[in-house]
Each structure stands twice: as C-alpha cells, then as structure tokens.
Design a protein around this ligand. Structure first.
Ligand SMILES: *Cc1c(COP(=O)(O)O)cnc(C)c1O
Length: 397
C-alpha cells in the first residue's frame, strides 16, 4: 500500500493525538528506515530511544520469533524462564534487589509511586504520601504520572488530577528541602530531563537530594525510562552520578522495540510489595523478555564504551555546526540549541527532506540514535545537519 493511502486511512480512523511526520515507515534495518516507495531514512530517533539495537537486529528478531513459536504468553500465575532470566540480569547489573515488570514507562512509574507509598505506609502509617518531582520533568501520560510531570501544560482538561505531588525547580535544593513536610514520602527525578529539553541535572544537586532522602527516610525514585539501558553511556545514568536510588524505573530501550517497563527496587522497598500489592496481565511477557534478554546480553562494557565514544564524536561534531549555541545531554542522548531565529522544528523538517530523522524537545533538536550507531552513520548525519544549517539564516526566517 502506498504512503498516501496509509496516511489518509490513518487520518480517518486513528484518533488525532499525535502530530505525525508525513511519512510512512514500512521496514527497517540497522540505522535505516525504509518507506513504501523506497524512501531511505537515516534514523537518529530510534523510535524515541526504544530501538536500542537499531531496526530488526538479527539476534534480537530471532530470539523474539523463537519465543513466539514456543510460548507467547501465560500469565503471572505461572513462572517462565525468560522473565526470571531478565530479572536476574537487571538486578545483577544495577545492584537493585527485585524487579516488577510492567508494559511502559508510565506504568513503571505508577509502580514506583505505589512502592514508595507502600514503604511509607508500612513504616509511618497513613498520610505520608506526597511525592516531590521536578519542574520540567516528564513521567508519563496516565493520570498519576501526568500529575507527577512538573509542567503546567500537562495539568489541564483532564482533571481532577491526583493529590500528592508537589514540584521543585531542578538544581534548587533549598526550594526542594522546604517542600518536605510530614506528608512527604518520596522524591522522583530524571537525571537527564528528556522531554523537558535534554537537561542533565547538576551532580551536586543530585547528591544533596540523596542526602536529604537519607535524612528524612524518603524514597528516591530515579526515572531512567529514557536515560537507562545504556543510553547515556553507562547501563544506568545513576552510575555517572554515583547515585544509589531506592527505586529505578526502566522502559523505552529495554525491550529493543517491544513494550516493557520495569520497576527496580531496593531491599527495604521490596519488603512491602507482597502478593496482591501490584500486578499486570502482560508484565513479564516471555516474548518481550526474550527480546530484552538479547539487549541485556549485548550491553557489555565494550558496547557501553562504544556508546560513550560515539556520543563524544556526535557531540563534538554538533558543537562545530553553524548556528549551534549549546549541546546538552549525556552519551547518545543529546540536545542542540540554536541561535534565536532558527527553530528546531524547521531543522527537523529540512533534515527529513534530506533523509535524516531527528526529534525535538522544547526548543532543542534532540538526537537519540540507536546505541549501535557507527562513526560512519554519525559523519553522515553531521553532513546532512551541516547542509541544512548552512542553508538557514537566523535573520531571515
Ligand atoms: C517516555 C518517558 C516516560 C513515559 O513512557 P511511556 O512508555 O510512554 O509510558 C516516562 N518517563 C520518562 C523519563 C520518559 O522519557
């Protein structure tokens, strides 16, 4: 079916909650996405940080299809090997004690909030349930995670919103400390605010938050839905912040393209989450876990060193481009700020015309290439970006 028909049908029948790019992607291989008429795109979005191994990695696709032929689903009333294998790999890799599997980032964050509140309830009783999150954060689209998201734009139309969330500006430990009272149970943050504009938190601020959480016995929830699973050059971004969280959430890149979320908890938090406390029909699905196990197996130290190396190469190249005033982020999660008068959305559209797919976040261009990106792919993307930016004049938009 040709692109025009696919787009017309989608526009007729799919609820218009997305501003989609006017292109259809039919298949993919590695860094490349292909359209029905043979269009070839170099993809620096990886499905918003999801396709960690690129499109249709052979080992991943074979593991997924082998598992689909063997057992596609049971339920959480029974044990399956792919699920326990993934749980063990995640705990060993992160030093966390136990995992709960969900199906998305928002769902993982819901689980994290529940686990933090349960810990607080068990130790301090009712009424200690408020979660402090950061201004400009993004934690998901369910009602609780929308409320946790520290952006006013998300707190409209769908009310009443949940109680129990308050917001502190990132980097301001005094304001955050002032929000702590007898009702506070947790602090929740992203180490690099992704949707909020690819803003990395100040390491000193993060250490101050950890110390505050220790002092008041608050759970520190780190939302690594976007930063986790190698994206920033270490398995967790926490490692680069020398941070020991009480709860970490993962999702996007973990399944290599299949829907999964994970809530990783420390011993003290795990203790409260007994039978009946939480659940999911699909969570821990064997096909999804088979895919995630391939991702986990691939992300050894050598692989992660490659992510850091390619992240540094991409950052250095971006910094040299015309009209670029700042490059933010960590590893292969980068944001590019342009001079006034150049809109990231215009750069995105011009890149797409030249066969390069990129993202935006707030005023920035955002790059989230698959973790298997090569030096050659990066050079190619930089050439296209250079051509696009050379053709732009901030004074004559
Ligand atoms: C994408 C994202 C989410 C939401 O994940 P979904 O899978 O879309 O529910 C939550 N937190 C962060 C930091 C994210 O980047």
């Amino acid at each position: 079916m040709d692109s025009e028909k696919v787009i017309a049908r989608d526009n007729n029948y799919v609820l218009h909650t997305y501003n989609r790019n006017p292109i259809v992607i039919e298949k993919g291989h590695g860094l490349h996405a292909y359209g029905p008429e043979g269009q070839n795109y170099l993809d620096f979005t990886s499905g918003i940080g999801v396709n960690s191994l690129g499109y249709c990695d052979l080992e991943w696709a074979e593991a997924v299809s082998r598992q689909a032929h063997k057992l596609q689903h049971t339920s959480n009333l029974y044990y399956t090997a792919p699920c326990s294998k993934l749980a063990k790999a995640l705990c060993r890799r992160t030093g966390m004690s136990k995992v709960f599997f969900a199906n998305s980032g928002a769902e993982a964050n819901e689980g994290a909030i529940k686990a933090a509140r349960k810990y607080s309830f068990d130790h301090y009783g009712e009424g200690r349930s408020t979660v402090i999150t950061l201004v400009n954060s993004f934690h998901g689209r369910t009602l609780a995670t929308l409320t946790a998201t520290g952006q006013d734009g998300f707190h409209q139309y769908f009310g009443p919103f949940n109680e129990g969330f308050v917001y502190a500006p990132a980097g301001d430990i005094d304001r955050l400390t002032k929000l702590v009272d007898a009702h506070t149970c947790a602090v929740m943050l992203e180490l690099v605010q992704g949707e909020g504009g690819v803003v990395a938190l100040d390491p000193l601020f993060v250490q101050e938050v950890r110390a505050l959480c220790d002092e008041k016995d608050l759970c520190l929830i780190v939302d690594e839905v976007q930063t986790g699973v190698g994206r920033t050059g270490t398995f967790l971004a926490c490692e680069q912040y020398n941070l020991r969280p009480d709860i970490v959430t993962l999702a996007k890149g973990l399944g290599g393209g299949l829907p999964i979320g994970a809530v990783l908890v420390s011993d003290k938090v795990a203790a409260g989450m007994g039978p009946g406390s939480h659940g999911s029909t699909f969570g821990g699905n064997p096909v999804v876990c088979a895919g995630a196990n391939v991702v986990m197996g691939r992300l050894d130290e050598r692989f992660l060193a490659g992510v850091r190396e390619h992240g540094a190469q991409l950052r250095a190249g971006l910094e040299k481009l015309p009209h670029v005033t700042d490059v933010s982020g960590l590893g292969l999660m980068l944001g590019v700020q342009f001079e006034d008068g150049i809109q990231a959305s215009d750069v995105l559209a011009a890149c797409r015309e030249r066969g390069l797919l990129v993202l935006t976040a707030k005023t920035r261009l955002r790059l989230l290439p698959p973790l298997v990106v090569t030096a050659h792919d990066i050079e190619r993307a930089l050439v296209i970006l250079d051509e696009v930016l050379c053709g732009m004049d901030p004074l004559r938009p």
